[in-house]
Design a protein around this ligand. Structure first.
Ligand code: ZN
Length: 403
């Protein structure tokens, strides 16, 4: 028992220390070389499209400074992806893919070969996922002897093993997952009227909606976050999928250059954005995953491949029908935009089997809207309209399903 404890402490003690730093990243047209000042655990790499990038994760290392590129690599950015892993992002000016990753014999450097690729080869590499590389066996044994690495215990809890949020409400009822946009170090949009933060309004609205739904007891409810914390977009819809949600509602507040822009909009997923503003908004919301220039979302789902899937199509139809129900139930109580139903490729809506909507409750850049979404009255009006829509939506589906 003592031995186990000692081992555990050795691991826990080692983890936050992370003595190893990335000393240099050198890029030539043929390869990228990463040098460390001590041993690391492993390296893995993957290709990201749109924009074209190669990401290299170094487990057991601290991120160093950004550096110059070379060849097809425009720039080299670094960030701490998680406490135990540094991420290096290579921004590409033309498509190159990687090959043949290897550690030096002494484990102090990692080399990845680069080679030019066609657009098609690049896109398929982007869909191929992650390749992992390990230092020589002898070195790993030595690291283990040092009391730290290679012990088969998870270093960080992956998203799919994290505790799921609490589900509330009567057993057997359909489940709605409400997602308060942004949170933690990501404030979302900031209002020019009193520095109000989007993340605070989204959480207040999510809570109001949950309470309103639990009051009438016709559905079960879970929130992706119940406090001020950061979740990546993928985690948000993964929560809905893993809980078996029948509806996913992501709450946001929009912003625009034009202070006159106001009103609520509901977005559903589409391969093609309905207009330029929607495309821009999707890019901005999707960028929540990119912190310090590091994409935390991992690989981008290819919406196109999913779109041909019939499940996805049915899901999108249900999502669109919900938008119409919402408009009919809440129009009047809520100021909707004339074009209240718009489409774009939001990352948070990409769960293929969960009907999902992204609700922009108003504009933080409009004085009346800002006041409305931050006031208790405004929030409860939103919660009430949305709750009526959710209850009608499920009542109709249950009626349609019964003989
Ligand atoms: Zn937002």
């Amino acid at each position: 028992m003592l031995t186990i404890l000692a081992t555990l402490f050795a691991i826990i003690g080692w983890q936050p220390a992370l003595a190893t730093a990335i000393e240099a990243v050198t890029v030539t047209p043929e390869r990228v070389t990463v040098q460390f000042d001590d041993y690391v655990e492993n390296a893995s790499a993957f290709v990201l499209d749109d924009p074209s990038r190669i990401a290299i994760d170094i487990a057991g290392a601290r991120a160093g400074n950004n550096s110059r590129g070379g060849g097809a690599v425009d720039s080299v950015r670094q960030g701490q992806y998680s406490p135990g892993t540094a991420r290096i992002v290579l921004d590409l000016s033309r498509p190159v893919v990687f090959d043949n990753g290897r550690f030096a014999e002494d484990g102090r450097s990692f080399v990845l070969d680069l080679r030019p690729a066609s657009r098609i080869a690049f896109a398929s590499a982007a869909g191929a996922g992650r390749a992992s590389f390990f230092p020589p066996m002898a070195l790993r044994a030595r690291l283990q002897g040092r009391g730290g690495l290679s012990v088969p215990l998870p270093r960080a809890t992956p998203a799919d093993q994290r505790a799921l949020p609490t589900v509330r409400g009567p057993r057997g009822r359909p489940l709605v997952v409400i997602d308060a946009g942004h949170g933690g170090h990501d404030p979302g949009a900031i209002s020019p009227f009193g520095q109000l933060r989007e993340k605070d309004a989204t959480l207040a609205i999510a809570r109001a909606l949950r309470d309103r739904l639990l009051e009438s007891g016709r559905v079960r409810v879970a929130l992706t976050r119940e406090d001020d914390r950061f979740l990546i977009l993928q985690e948000r819809y993964e929560i809905a999928r893993r809980l078996g949600a029948e509806l996913f509602v992501s709450v946001h507040i929009d912003s625009a250059e034009n202070p006159e822009a106001h009103g609520a909009t509901v977005y559903t997923l589409s391969e093609v954005a309905s207009d330029r503003d929607s495309a821009r908004l999707a890019r901005r919301e999707n960028a929540a995953d990119i912190i310090n220039g590091v994409n935390l979302g991992g690989q981008d789902d290819d919406v196109r491949s999913i779109l041909i899937d019939l499940t996805r199509r049915e899901t999108m139809n249900i999502s669109s029908r919900f938008v119409e129900t919402f408009w009919r139930q809440a129009n009047g109580a809520l100021p909707f935009r004339d074009d209240y139903h718009r489409f774009a490729g939001f990352a948070v809506l990409k769960a293929p089997d969960t009907p999902s909507i992204l609700f922009e409750a108003g504009y933080l850049t409009n004085r009346d809207d800002a006041r409305r979404v931050f006031s208790r009255d405004g929030q409860s009006a939103i919660a009430d309209g949305m709750a009526r829509a959710i209850e009608t939506h499920f009542a109709r589906r249950i009626a349609a399903a019964s003989p």
